[in-house]
Ligand binder design. Structure first.
Ligand code: TXA
Ligand code: MG
Length: 351
């Protein structure tokens, strides 16, 4: 058990004394949670097997699910990978620091504990002054999964990290609310055609605009559960609230009517119901605990609010959540990917 300390830092001008203390914890094999532009990360020295093992223990994470290594300079990449494809340089020039993770063939400096036994390694450079300074002070290579307990929604506030990690780690750096709110896009550059393993803020179209042909891993879009995703983490039902969640698809009027009907039925049987609606629709839900996720057209806002809302619904003690569903255009692809996972792929058509 640790007494978990929370230190507030300014993203624009982080207190370097705190960063150096945190760097010292990382250098000596300890864990520190810190903000990035996507979600909060749970950091450890990526080149120390023992430190990576602590991450799996704190999160309760399956040991075959590899970690992302965070760097603060493109040049550091060469020390941990076997080769750097030209596409990686182009993508880093355009999107780093930023919400893009690239997969490379790893070299022997990266322990198998960090990569969940795989011979490839995922690397990204986060767009956060706090994160970049901490990576530098922590030795340059920081493994960091999202700082939630395995199976819970990723943390977008330091308070979420505290809920999940209190007593398990010595230090949480609180940099306020993250900007994006869903995890980085992951692209695998070890295949002849680069493959997106997890959709995120950087869309397939944005990637293709820089490197040409890119495809989506069939394992994350297929309805057939026998088609397994290539990123081990994408196969778990995570990002998930405690309550059962069901997405309702169809024309807006029908969706509202269907959710109102289902809610009434559940209430009759004594269940508590949560509803995820939008600014446009929230007031049309007659019963249940209704939360608006934002304006339907504002994908960035929806992404920003999603995980916080899933945690709020958990706290409200609802038994079941009905949610509207969203378009899969642009960042909508990432939003619906997370929502479908939260719902364990339970979708009904409103008719
Ligand atoms: O935005 C993010 O990427 C956040 C912040 C903290 O940087 N991190 C994050 O890490 O989302 P995590 O551990 O929650 O998700 C990492 C995902 C998992 O689905 C994992 O299976 C996949 O990346 N992954 C990591 N290394 C991989 C590899 N070598 N091959 C395939 N998938 C890999
Ligand atoms: Mg995660």
């Amino acid at each position: 058990m640790y007494h978990t300390v929370v230190k507030k830092l300014l993203e624009t001008k982080p207190d370097m004394d705190v960063i150096r203390q945190a760097g010292q914890i990382l250098q000596t094999g300890g864990l520190v949670a810190f903000p990035t532009e996507t979600v909060y990360g749970l950091g450890a020295n990526a080149l120390m097997a023992e430190a990576s093992r602590k991450i799996y223990a704190a999160k309760g994470r399956p040991s075959d699910n590899p970690l992302i290594v965070h760097v603060c300079k493109f040049d550091d990449l060469k020390n941990i990978v076997l080769d750097i494809p030209q596409q990686a340089r182009l993508l880093a020039d355009t999107f780093w620091p930023g919400p893009l993770t690239m997969i490379f063939r790893k070299n022997d400096r990266v322990p198998l504990e960090t990569t969940g036994g795989m011979d490839t390694v995922a690397v990204r450079m986060p767009d956060s002054q706090i994160a970049l300074a901490l990576i530098q002070e922590g030795g340059g290579y920081i493994a960091a999964p999202s700082a939630n307990l395995s199976g819970r929604p990723s943390p977008t506030l330091a308070e979420h990290v505290y809920e999940d990690m209190n007593g398990k780690i010595p230090l949480i750096i609180d940099g306020g609310a993250v900007g994006i709110g869903i995890e980085s896009t992951i692209i695998d550059l070890t295949e002849s055609t680069p493959v997106v393993l997890r959709p995120g803020y950087i869309t397939l179209e944005m990637l293709a605009g820089v490197i040409g042909e890119v495809c989506m891993d069939p394992g994350i879009v297929s309805e057939d559960s026998r088609v397994r995703p290539k990123a081990p983490g994408m196969k778990y039902r995570h990002y998930a609230p405690k309550a059962e969640m069901i997405l309702v698809e169809g024309p807006q009027e029908k969706v509202i009517a269907q959710i109102n009907y289902l809610t009434k039925e559940k209430l009759k049987s004594g269940k508590k119901v949560g509803i995820i609606g939008t600014e446009e629709t929230a007031e049309r839900y007659e019963h249940g605990f209704v939360i608006s996720i934002g304006e339907r057209q504002e994908e960035e806002m929806i992404a920003h609010n999603l995980y916080r809302i899933l945690r709020e619904l958990d706290e409200s003690g609802v038994d079941i959540i009905y949610s509207e569903s969203f378009s899969t255009l642009r960042m909508g692809e990432a939003i619906m990917n997370r929502m479908l996972k939260a719902a364990g792929h339970q979708v009904i058509m409103a008719e």
